[in-house]
Design a protein around this ligand. Structure first.
Ligand SMILES: Cc1ncc(COP(=O)(O)O)c(C=O)c1O
Ligand SMILES: [Zn+2]
Length: 409
């Protein structure tokens, strides 16, 4: 039997794996712990004899088996070597872990399959989340698959059209709150505890258990540990999840070194980067976060303490990037590599550019950018300004001239 429990990251109080709670009595964040010593035989060979998805690493997940898992075959996303992009960045070895290839087009699916599976095990009769869009789309899909009712609450103004469309079509009850994401989360959290609906934001530690598999896959695909793993940061869950994955691989004897974790935020929503850079004792929230990267338009990230540990323990770094830099990185990644990502996902690439230019990242080392969501999520006209199609009337001469211009470049 695998030993699994929940533990406070601050006072180390322990709670039963089936206790439904999102914080310790001391107020600290909870994490799911697995007794790695109790796992028996794990090896890359064993993992690689299985299908390439989140469940390949079942020994390191907090369930005995995945017989009753709610799965849409999440994970198993491509790791692209991006040589043309690397040249633009001035780096040697750049890889893109393209999370847009998940079933609903973002990394959230890794966590949601575990989260919904846990919800069913606990006998939950309804699930909910607040979301900047991707969590809503993912939760809506997995609750559809599981046949469990779901409410998603999104901020009214700033959710990408594709994400809203997904949540509606997957059959969730979609609520637009006249307020920010941070307000939405705080309200849904309180209400879910009052009425006993299961909350599936990343404050729920079971979500992060699924999300940690991005670390397993990266090493599995690369065959070694990269020097840097770069992620966009919003509510601060994913960078903490990935770091947990690396730590557990080391504990299990699967790797013997770990990467530096690099967190990137947008200038208009950078409370975590400011916290790290200014060495603040506690988070200074941003009341009205603003950025074109709506997925990370978050001013009060709930998991900041976990993310801070990830950056500190890994000897990592942080950076903030402007909207213009994000849009430029999105265009370069798409036009040089054929990898289409949403703005938040492009923030990781924009961050690498910045950190190479400042000399904070060693350009000779291996860099993995986790690109968290697909371009199709966010067909925002602002993102294609200056790239608009050429308009012509139906005349052969015009088409001929256009085609000929390809050859004269
Ligand atoms: C595409 C995308 N990238 C990055 C993030 C940030 O992840 P986290 O909130 O876990 O920091 C989100 C979260 O909403 C997202 O949707
Ligand atoms: Zn505690």
């Amino acid at each position: 039997m695998k030993r699994v429990w929940q533990e406070c990251i601050e006072c180390r109080s322990v709670y039963d794996a089936d206790a439904v709670r999102y914080r310790c009595d001391c107020g600290g964040l909870l994490e799911v712990s697995i007794d790695i010593e109790s796992l028996g035989d794990i090896s890359w060979e064993r993992f690689r004899s299985r299908r390439f998805n989140v469940w390949r690493y079942i020994e390191l997940l907090p369930f005995e088996d995945h017989e009753h898992a709610v799965s849409l075959e999440e994970g198993g996303t491509p790791l692209y070597k991006a040589d043309r992009l690397a040249e633009w960045l001035g780096a040697k070895n750049v890889y893109i872990k393209y999370e847009g290839m998940n079933p609903t087009g973002s990394f959230k699916d890794r966590g949601m399959c575990v989260g919904i599976t846990k919800a069913l095990k606990l006998g939950a009769r309804g699930v909910a989340c607040a979301s900047t869009g991707n969590t809503a789309a993912s939760l809506a899909a997995y609750s559809a698959k599981a046949g469990i009712p779901c409410i998603v609450v999104v901020p009214k103004e700033v959710v990408a059209l594709g994400k809203l469309f997904q949540a509606l079509l997957y059959g969730a009850k979609v609520v637009r709150l006249h307020g920010t994401f941070d307000e939405a989360l705080s309200l849904v959290w309180k209400a879910s505890e009052e009425v006993g609906v299961y909350l599936l934001n990343s404050i729920n530690p079971w979500r992060l258990e699924g999300q940690k598999t991005v670390a397993f896959e990266t090493v599995d695909q690369l065959g070694r540990v990269p020097r840097y793993v770069v992620l966009p940061v919003g509510n601060c869950g994913n960078i903490a999840a990935a770091w947990k994955g690396f730590k557990e691989m080391e504990m299990a004897g699967l790797i013997n070194e770990k990467p530096s974790m690099v967190g990137i935020q947008s200038e208009g929503a950078s409370p975590f980067v400011d916290l790290v850079k200014e060495g603040l004792e506690t988070l200074r929230p941003v009341e009205t976060p603003k950025t074109v990267a709506s997925a990370i338009r978050i001013g009060r990230p709930v998991n900041w303490k976990k993310a801070l540990l990830a950056v500190k323990e890994s000897g990592g770094l942080v950076a903030k990037v402007s909207d213009a830099e994000i849009i430029q990185a999105q265009r370069m990644l798409a036009s040089l590599e054929g990898i289409g990502v949403e703005p938040a996902a492009a923030a990781s690439v924009a961050g690498v550019k910045k950190l190479i230019e400042s000399g904070d990242i060693d350009a000779d080392e291996t860099i993995v950018c986790v690109c968290t969501g697909s371009m199709l999520k966010d067909p925002n006209p602002e993102l294609i300004k200056g790239l608009e199609p050429t308009e012509i009337v139906p005349e052969l001469g015009l088409v001929r001239d256009l085609l000929a211009s390809l050859l004269s470049r």
